[in-house]
Design a protein around this ligand. Sequence first.
Ligand code: 2AM
Ligand code: CA
Length: 281
Amino acid sequence: MSEQPAIGGKSFTAVAINCAAKAGEWIKTKLGNYTSLSQKYSAQDLVTEVDKGSEKMIRNLIMTHFPDHSFLGEEGVEPGPEASAKALQGVRGAEYLWIVDPVDGTTNFVHGFPFFSVSIALAHKGEVMVGVVYDPMRDELFVAEKGKGAYVHGRRMSVSQEDTLRDSLIATGFPPDEAFARPMNLKGLQALVPQVRNIRSSGSAALHMAYVAAGRLSGFWEFGLNAWDLAAGALLVKESGGTVTDTLGNPYDLGIRNVVASNGRIHDQFLGELKKADAAG
Ligand code: 2AM
Ligand code: CA
């Protein structure tokens, strides 16, 4: 799909941008104003009617333009890693698959901490071709098309220039899975804090990835993420000249849950430190 067919006059990317902008604007109006908060997996895994409403809005808009396409959204999947893997397995062979996180950073949204995003990706036969991450609080729209670069505010993005971990600003997150993901991340944190300039943990994996793409972070790693947290961000990073692998160094694919994204220059060192600390999974 080098040239995007214009169905109903709209390209895939235009629809992705439209969805992210509309959903993001609506989410912003609901900040501090949601009415139903429930726990999914644990007290650390939250969902509100805003997550569900945003996903419905995005799904309806996509289905209006592309009724034959497949759709994978966080709120359509039961909580927990097994259900996520199964849901992805069911659709990953689809010709066109939209992968959507209607609110990435729900915990932030619930607390009024202004760092959350809408993440929308389109994969063609398992390969991400379009990735859009929208931060409604800053009105920042990050857009990538495979082979065509990545942009924010219409300006081409490139990853940062740091060559060493010592000069790097790195982000991570603390996944709720107590059995595997959290202990791994904590071990990695212990190893990396003394090695890097500093660490940030701001609560939206998709936005952390967009920040790596924009050169605002040198790198990001986290365990236990899902396809919808990563698909759009992975393309943003790659199209900005960065590198995305799993924590063992395998190239990004839709099934990756343990991610390392970086400016490329620090990637081997980053992976090496996680491995040395027995924090690569
Ligand atoms: P979310 O807000 O869409 O749930 C923060 O560490 C990152 O982890 C966020 O991107 C958050 O996405 C994600 N996250 C939160 N709960 C999760 C869970 N139970 N499983 C996997 N990822 C989760
Ligand atoms: Ca979400």
